[in-house]
Ligand binder design. Structure first.
Ligand SMILES: *[C@@H]1O[C@H](CO)[C@@H](O)[C@H](O)[C@H]1NC(C)=O
Ligand SMILES: *[C@@H]1O[C@H](CO)[C@@H](O)[C@H](O)[C@H]1NC(C)=O
Ligand SMILES: *[C@@H]1O[C@H](CO)[C@@H](O)[C@H](O)[C@H]1NC(C)=O
Ligand SMILES: *[C@@H]1O[C@H](CO)[C@@H](O)[C@H](O)[C@H]1NC(C)=O
Ligand SMILES: *[C@@H]1O[C@H](CO)[C@@H](O)[C@H](O)[C@H]1NC(C)=O
Ligand SMILES: *[C@@H]1O[C@H](CO)[C@@H](O)[C@H](O)[C@H]1NC(C)=O
Ligand SMILES: *[C@@H]1O[C@H](CO)[C@@H](O)[C@H](O)[C@H]1NC(C)=O
Length: 280
């Protein structure tokens, strides 16, 4: 009997613990710029270490999920930032940045410039000033997700949703996070969930242009796919057919109206062409 009670108490504690623990941050991609490298045990390497631990210890003090700092002195100065997704809690942000820092130290062993993307945060460092500059080095994540039926209509909906979110994040976001997320109905049973985010150190215009170039990449990575993302150092976009962000997170979640039917556009174009043919 005693052992059964112990067992029950154990199970109860275990259940409570599993419910209170946060979701685990998920690695997505990384990029180490091997055009510049440092020597082992150099001052630059020591500065990267200082920089990363400084990023890690400042997740709590960040108001908008973003932080930029430097470590060391010229010519061994290192610039670094972290960015947490607009809807994640301070706990998950801290957890994600800590994981990302460990992981980037393992993956970019010799490179002076590195970026690592997790679902919930991005960490980067460089020997060049990366603050307030829009950076669009490769970081595309080619989607492996299943294809969608009715591809043309889907692509059209996706682009119109992305354009709405791009404007919100660049020009209308009052949270200071440069983040926008929204849902749109594709079919009666399929909902499209999308988000866009820039680093908050960019100007409105730079944010807009970064997102614009990310959106322009969608046909290359994600044409007709049920999910995809474009990861750049200064901004990123993602969409899925399931909710992958916390819908309650920031209040910036929006209902996006469906675009007009493609057929009506075609019909108008057709009549314009016909009109010209008739007049000619
Ligand atoms: C850098 O990485 C690219 C692609 O991974 C590779 O083709 C190239 O040889 C590497 N360059 C150096 C100097 O390691
Ligand atoms: C770097 O430092 C470590 C520990 O201090 C040492 O084991 C290693 O041999 C050094 N590497 C080089 C290339 O100097
Ligand atoms: C963060 O970046 C801004 C420029 O965008 C700069 O003025 C500021 O000094 C940086 N902060 C740190 C701690 O380096
Ligand atoms: C992604 O797909 C595009 C088009 O199919 C291709 O050109 C590109 O090389 C791919 N990139 C990666 C990183 O696999
Ligand atoms: C989201 O907010 C609604 C209403 O404020 C609440 O009922 C719901 O439980 C919340 N969901 C989550 C996952 O926090
Ligand atoms: C999506 O469909 C549901 C039910 O069919 C409806 O309640 C909701 O308002 C629709 N959302 C949008 C953005 O049209
Ligand atoms: C749109 O046009 C396609 C053919 O181009 C047709 O199969 C489809 O039924 C049309 N949809 C609507 C809503 O009219």
């Amino acid at each position: 009997m005693a052992s059964l009670n112990t067992y029950l108490i154990f199970m109860l504690l275990f259940t409570l613990l599993s419910f209170s623990s946060e979701a685990t941050p998920t690695y997505s991609a990384h990029y180490c710029d091997n055009s510049t490298s440092f020597t082992p045990n150099s001052t630059y390497q020591a500065n990267i270490k200082t920089l990363l631990s400084s990023l890690s210890s400042n997740t709590r003090s960040s108001k908008n999920g973003f932080y930029n700092t430097t470590a060391g002195q010229d010519p061994n100065l290192v610039y670094g930032t972290f960015l947490c997704r607009g809807d994640v809690s301070a706990n998950l942000c801290q957890h994600c940045v800590a994981n990302a820092i460990n992981e980037i130290a393992q993956r970019c062993r010799m490179e002076k410039t590195g970026v690592i993307w997790y679902d919930e945060c991005t960490v980067q460092y460089s020997d060049q000033n990366i603050f307030s500059i829009s950076r669009q080095v490769p970081g595309m994540d080619n989607s492996t997700s299943a294809s969608i039926t009715d591809k043309d209509r889907f692509n059209q909906l996706l682009v119109s949703v992305m354009k709405i979110l791009e404007n919100r994040a660049a020009y209308e976001d009052k949270s200071g996070k440069r983040f926008a997320a929204g849902e749109a109905n594709f079919t009666s049973s399929q909902t499209l969930y999308s988000l866009v985010q820039c680093t908050p150190d960019l100007t409105n215009e730079l944010c807009f242009r970064c997102l614009q170039s990310a959106i322009a990449t969608l046909p290359m990575c994600c044409d007709g796919k049920q999910g995809g993302r474009v990861l750049l150092p200064s901004c990123n976009i993602r969409y899925e057919m399931f909710p992958f962000y916390n819908l309650n997170g920031t209040g910036s979640t929006v209902l996006v109206p469906s675009p007009s039917s493609p057929n009506s556009t075609k019909a108008i174009l057709c009549s314009v062409v016909l009109l010209f043919v008739v007049r000619a």
